[in-house]
Design a protein around this ligand. Structure first.
Ligand SMILES: *[C@@H]1O[C@H](CO)[C@@H](O)[C@H](O)[C@H]1NC(C)=O
Ligand SMILES: *[C@@H]1O[C@H](CO)[C@@H](O)[C@H](O)[C@H]1NC(C)=O
Length: 650
């Protein structure tokens, strides 16, 4: 087969290779992806190693599974859609849909493997109960953030700084250790817990009657760091081979059957997410392996390893999972059993509990609030701050809906008539603003695109622009891709990713009804790229401090309101539903205007000029605010850039 034939038939997986240090070492994200490919025995992808620095990728040969077809590619030679994303990334057969970011790509590898071979239950089981393993994106899920970003970057930092003191345990590693120490909740775990109780009771009676030490006949091959965790481990392994709870032909005594669920012994973690081996373990394995290899080499670090008993046990157990050794070997990973021969260091409790505590609280601070919005609004008013709505520049502008192809119209699907009318009105507003901002050759990004109502209309309305749809939800994006193919649109691309993983340049960012802090994330992303934006916010009530954002956003609001007071505005900004009494809705609209005023001032601190408007007609949505922002003095600069870049884009 010629390379071009292969490229057309296979999705392409792009992995980064670059080494900051002298000794060649794959970035952890790349090692993880290769390990998963190897575990899945997946051959559906054509793998490209992207060299971010000139060098010889041959040095990585021992870390590349032989069964994979791998070739090198220069950064400059990447397809534009892929170049705009962080790696790893997968480009589909059509070359129009790019999936980016570790968790998304890994989940896709699993999906592809099981699509090709539905018999691989071990592979589909990696996605866990309800197939949600690492599905929630890192911005909203602390667990995904820890596994996808926290641990790999903590380990990478150690690897890249050989001189760094190993005595300091990275917070991410500690957090994982703590997590592994917690009891496990699994769906339907009664049966296993009853068995555990039975085993405990037997053991107790054995020890009291015989008193001759434990002769645990069931020899675990590796006892060095492993305590007696027989039952959970057997349950987990049994699941992998026959997909059932351990057989053991147990007839429970009535004494054990009668024990209340709440009194049953808790189950211990076997694997990262509980009892079963999942994608999370696959992600953690190359990271923890590297960490322990480094740790064991440094003699003085052994004391540090003593602080990680649960992690060490996890590391030993993972090696027992069928297929793991084979997969590791193919990737040049040689496991070892950490031996702890010197005296233990300080106990785990000694380490910065306060720090862990902090990490725990960060997302859960939902402040209770009492009272109405009046005092807060009055306070703002006294400081000369009031909601201002700029006049709509073209209230009557509309797309020629009757002349547009069927597939563009939001009547398509199961949308009710009245909703479709409103959706068209909302789209009129956004498209009008984008049309005013857009110049030929511009790239327009539809963030949180869903099934593509906005992006597809834009691609059709602006044939001289490139439109990129970004959405984390695969099902929605695949539908958008289908609709676009039906329309034969050629100036459109699709990215399934957390928006953080989109790093490409663009000129205009759009988002219709970006929920809660999604609005702030999109604004931030546009500001970083120096792009204009047109955003209609939504779900003000979901706004709260998050990993990267704190509220209020602007210096002036910060000087005036506390976080709690600002949250009051957000809660009341959600009260604009048509069923509510008019005075309530009026207050709701004022609060919406104030929350968005704070946002627009935050953008103006970056040199933007921002207008908060009301979409026309205002009945098109209870969330009818629209923010339009233009970056500072772009106009002249922009013309120059366009003239230089235009030929290269085609
Ligand atoms: C793979 O993903 C597609 C698209 O989300 C989905 O429809 C399909 O059911 C998945 N396949 C498997 C085997 O999970
Ligand atoms: C207790 O002793 C019995 C018989 O001596 C043996 O079958 C059983 O496995 C032992 N149980 C445990 C938990 O050691």
């Amino acid at each position: 087969m010629k390379p071009s034939d292969i490229e057309q038939k296979h999705p392409r997986l792009y992995l980064e290779v670059c080494s900051h240090s002298e000794d060649p070492c794959l970035p952890l994200h790349t090692s993880i992806a290769l390990f998963l490919l190897s575990y899945c025995e997946c051959k559906s992808f054509k793998v490209f190693l992207v060299c971010t620095k000139p060098g010889s990728p041959q040095t990585f040969k021992s870390q590349l599974p032989e069964s994979l077809e791998v070739c090198d590619i220069e950064l400059e030679a990447l397809p534009p859609l892929v170049r705009g994303c962080r790696l790893p990334a997968v480009l589909d057969e059509t070359g129009t849909l790019c999936r980016a970011g570790l968790a998304v790509v890994l989940r896709h590898i699993i999906n592809t493997t099981t699509e090709a071979d539905p018999g691989r239950n071990d592979v589909s089981a990696l996605l866990g109960f309800k197939k949600t393993c690492l599905k929630a994106c890192a911005e909203v899920s602390r667990w995904t953030r820890l596994c996808e970003i926290g641990i790999p970057s903590a380990v990478e930092e150690l690897l890249n700084n050989p001189t760094v003191q190993y005595l300091q345990l990275p917070l991410a590693i500690l957090t994982l250790e703590q997590r592994l120490a917690e009891p496990v909740k699994v769906h339907n775990d009664d049966k296993i817990r009853r068995q555990k109780l039975k085993q405990q009771k037997q053991k107790e009676s054995n020890e009291s009657s015989e008193g001759q030490g434990k002769a645990d006949a069931e020899s675990q091959p590796r006892q060095s760091v492993q305590a007696c965790d027989g039952l959970e481990l057997r349950a987990a392994l049994a699941k992998l081979s026959v997909d059932s709870v351990p057989s053991a032909a147990t007839r429970e005594t009535s004494e054990i059957r009668k024990v209340k669920t709440t009194d049953l012994p808790p189950l211990e973690h076997v694997f990262a997410e509980g009892l079963y081996f999942t994608l999370t373990d696959v992600v953690l394995l190359p990271c923890i392996h590297q960490y322990l290899v480094r740790g064991s080499i440094q003699a003085h670090a052994v004391g540090v390893l003593y602080r990680l008993p649960h992690l060490l046990r996890w590391y030993s157990r993972v090696q027992e999972v069928p297929g793991v050794l084979r997969a590791a070997k193919a990737c040049g990973i040689t496991f070892f059993i950490p031996s702890l021969s010197s005296p233990p260091g300080p106990a785990i409790e000694d380490i910065p509990a306060s720090q862990l505590e902090h990490e725990h609280q960060e997302m859960t601070t939902q402040l209770p609030f009492v009272g109405g919005p009046r005092p807060t609004m009055t306070k703002l008013q006294e400081n000369g701050i009031e909601a201002v709505f700029a006049p709509h520049p073209c209230p009557a502008w509309t797309l020629p809906w009757d002349h547009l192809p069927e597939a563009i119209n939001p009547t398509e699907g199961k949308m009710s008539n009245i909703r479709a009318v409103r959706k068209r009105q909302q789209l009129n507003n956004l498209v009008a603003m984008v049309t005013e901002l857009a110049r030929p050759g511009n790239t327009v990004v539809d963030f949180c695109s869903g099934t593509g109502h906005v992006g597809i209309v834009l691609a059709h309305a602006l044939p001289d622009c490139q439109v990129i749809l970004i959405e984390n939800k695969e099902e929605s994006l695949v539908r958008a891709q289908g609709r676009s193919a039906e329309l034969g649109l050629e100036n459109i691309g699709f990215i399934q990713a957390n928006l953080d993983y989109f790093t490409g340049q663009f000129h205009i960012g759009v988002a219709l009804h970006a929920c809660g802090i999604a609005t702030d994330m999109v604004m931030e992303h546009c500001i970083q790229a120096g792009a204009a934006f047109v955003i209609s916010p939504c779900c003000y009530g979901f706004i709260q401090n998050a990993n990267k954002f704190s509220f209020p956003r602007s210096p002036r609001f910060q000087d005036t309101l506390t976080y709690k007071e600002h949250m009051i505005l957000c809660r009341f900004a959600d009260q604009t539903a048509v069923q509510l009494p008019p005075e309530r809705r009026l207050i709701g609209k004022q609060c919406m205007g104030l929350v968005d005023l704070d946002r627009s001032w935050a953008a103006e601190a970056h040199g933007y000029s921002v207008q908060v408007m009301t979409m026309e007609p205002e009945s098109c949505s209870p969330k009818n605010n629209m923010l339009m922002g233009r970056p500072a003095q772009k106009s002249e600069l922009e013309v120059g850039v366009r003239q230089v870049e235009a030929p290269g884009h085609n």
